[in-house]
Design a protein around this ligand. Sequence first.
Ligand code: NAP
Length: 488
Amino acid sequence: MTLDPHPAASYADPSLHAHGLFIGGDWHAGRGIPVVNPATTERLAEVADASVSDALRAVDAAEASAADWRAMPPRQRAEILRRWFGLMTDHAEELAVLISLENGKALADARGEIAYAAEFFRWYAEEAVRIAGEFRHAPSGANHILVDHDPIGISVLITPWNFPAAMATRKIGPALAAGCTVILKPASETPLTAYAMARLGAEAGVPAGVVNVLTTSQPGPVVNAMLADPRVRKLSFTGSTGVGRTLLAEAAKTVVSCSMELGGNAPFLVFDDADLDAALDGAMIAKMRNAGEACTAANRFYVQAGIHDAFVAGLTQRMAALNVGPGTQAGTQVGPMITAKAVTKIDRLVRQAVAGGAHVTTGGAPLPGPGYYYPPTVIENVPEDAEMAHEEIFGPVAPVYRFETEAQVIRLANATDYGLAAYVYSRDLSRALRVGKGIEAGMIAINRGLMSDPAAPFGGVKQSGLGREGGVTGIMEFLEPKYFAVNF
Ligand code: NAP
């Protein structure tokens, strides 16, 4: 392993992470991908642009370290992950600043992300030593059934820009705990956090080649080449449903196991009997964490007729009171969107809803730059066929729809190809659970605006994905059961 050329520098300094790919424990110099601060549009750094041959070298490195890593006692793997958790916690503030610079999110959101992200290393440090097998008598009485779990093998991990740290640790944690070596390809907009974490991993004692990180401007060819390599046995992807579909088709060619965390279109249901203040508090978290750039973000607010007007008034007041600005500026609650393209998309969805008869109660148009700003927006009377009812808004826009009955709102909640998350507010717990059972989603929050937890299974149904991350199940995505039929 080569020495880090900038050992004493702050992890918050973007230029520190600008010099190369991390393959086999070495930093490989390169340039080609600019990283832009969305709060100012200024260039923060330029990172290396991996070619197909760089990617295959990363697979070589992952292969070279695989046998030793899987043979390492689980307790030792766990201790490395636990040290990585400790280092992320020690450097939490610097990492939060770095996330805020490259992603734009408010520092409070970035701090929350680092705490959440680090927890995946602590959780999987604890799970690494609890991988259980099975022992049974065959029903026929002829033999015994013994089930062991092998690490699935070299894993390609692909992450989006909206949680640059947490989406990576949610994959690296279970993969390493299971005994797999990995190649991480972070999003081009937010690679600096991934490289910073790779440095911390090396400091924590992750052996060279066990975690490799590469950025590329040609994700299609680079990832396809890795999937075509028979040494790669796992693809774990978080991102849009469109790219997920493309990758599933690609992975089918070599029958690579896939875990897919894809897009969402979360409904947020408020019944007449809900605690209004609690529902508003929850709505603000479900909508505005990360300025709405979250796969679990409430995308459709369904509010029962008796409480609808009070909810719209309360939400409008709270949204209008938020401070918009650069994420790193003191007092900022809502940072910029990731790109100009994201602002254009949000603007289009709002304009289209307004043209269909919707009414904006606060916000409703992009803010002047520099930087990619869209204000917190509430919009009511949105037609059911508006595009924003069916597409991820991925921004600080809260559309509110009125409903009358339980059966009607379950039908509306399920009128989407997505099925990641849903929120239900009601003081009647049996109703909330009944409605939750009726909603086609992988995760239901009841009287809460946040469900993400490293100890719980995260994932969706329908076109929101395949498999689960986190919790006890997350590690199973990186293990293969091996069955022994035994006589003794
Ligand atoms: P994206 O455009 O799908 O990109 C995700 C990742 O895939 C990036 O690293 C991207 O690289 C890479 N990629 C793009 N095209 C590829 C290809 N042909 N082959 C291989 N990799 C490719 O998504 P995004 O805009 O970054 O993230 C937002 C989406 O992620 C939303 O839909 C959101 O709901 C979803 N998300 C889901 C979860 C979940 O847990 N379910 C969590 C967070 C986000 P480049 O950056 O280089 O293009």
